[in-house]
Design a binder for this molecule. Structure first.
Ligand code: COA
Length: 175
């Protein structure tokens, strides 16, 4: 899918360019981020972000601050969009994650989508807190969901949000 540039109050979501690769790899190798986003290399950044067509860069004050991934499920009967995101530690605790989610979800709703899922690690309390404040609900535990670098498996938490959970536009300041 071709994603547009979305301009919000404090950030822009835009398609990635080659020039973003080094900054995004730098963020993905920060200890606070690589704890949850395991094993990123320059090759993975190129394939999964720069060239995939599934990712939008979160640009804050002209700087690439993170990435949001949008995976619409291609089956009208079970229509939903899987979302993943990461932000550099410099921008934590300022609700930029919620802002990026609200911008992407409002755009996807305008395109006819109605259900959105996230799957944070069960131990990722800041992420779960951020998503619940925005209105996402806990669906259940995804057992042995994420492979860690030591070969062990961590559980994930499936969370979802549907358009009937909010009225009008989803507001990142809610909660
Ligand atoms: C998860 C993430 C997107 C949340 O976005 P955010 O914009 O920082 O979220 P918020 O500003 O709403 O912060 C969420 C809550 O967690 C707390 N928090 C945020 N980062 C934290 C951290 N590293 N350690 C402890 N608490 C943290 C905040 O204080 C806030 O709680 P509050 O109610 O006291 O304000 C972002 O922190 C991030 O990218 N983290 C690293 C990668 C990651 O975990 N990605 C998600 C994978 S599903």
């Amino acid at each position: 899918m071709a994603w547009p540039v979305l301009v919000g109050e404090r950030m822009t979501l835009r398609p990635p360019t080659d020039g973003d690769a080094a900054a995004l790899l730098g963020i993905l190798t920060e200890p606070e981020v690589s704890r949850w986003w395991v094993g990123y290399t320059a090759d993975r950044v190129r394939k999964e972000i720069i060239e995939s067509g599934d990712a939008l860069v979160m640009e804050i004050d002209g700087i690439p601050a993170g990435t949001i991934f949008l995976y619409p499920h291609d089956d009208a009967e079970y229509e939903h969009v899987i979302i993943h995101l990461f932000l550099g530690a410099l921008w934590y605790r300022k609700r930029y994650g919620a802002e990026a989610l609200a911008m992407a979800i409002n755009h996807l709703v305008s395109e006819g989508h109605h259900r959105f899922t996230l799957d944070p690690n069960v131990n990722n309390a800041p992420a779960i807190r951020s998503y619940e404040r925005l209105g996402f609900r806990r669906v259940g535990v995804l057992r042995e969901y994420q492979l860690r670098s030591d070969g062990s498996w961590d559980d994930g938490l499936l969370m979802d949000l549907v358009t009937s959970d909010f009225a009008g536009e989803l507001d990142w300041k809610r909660g």
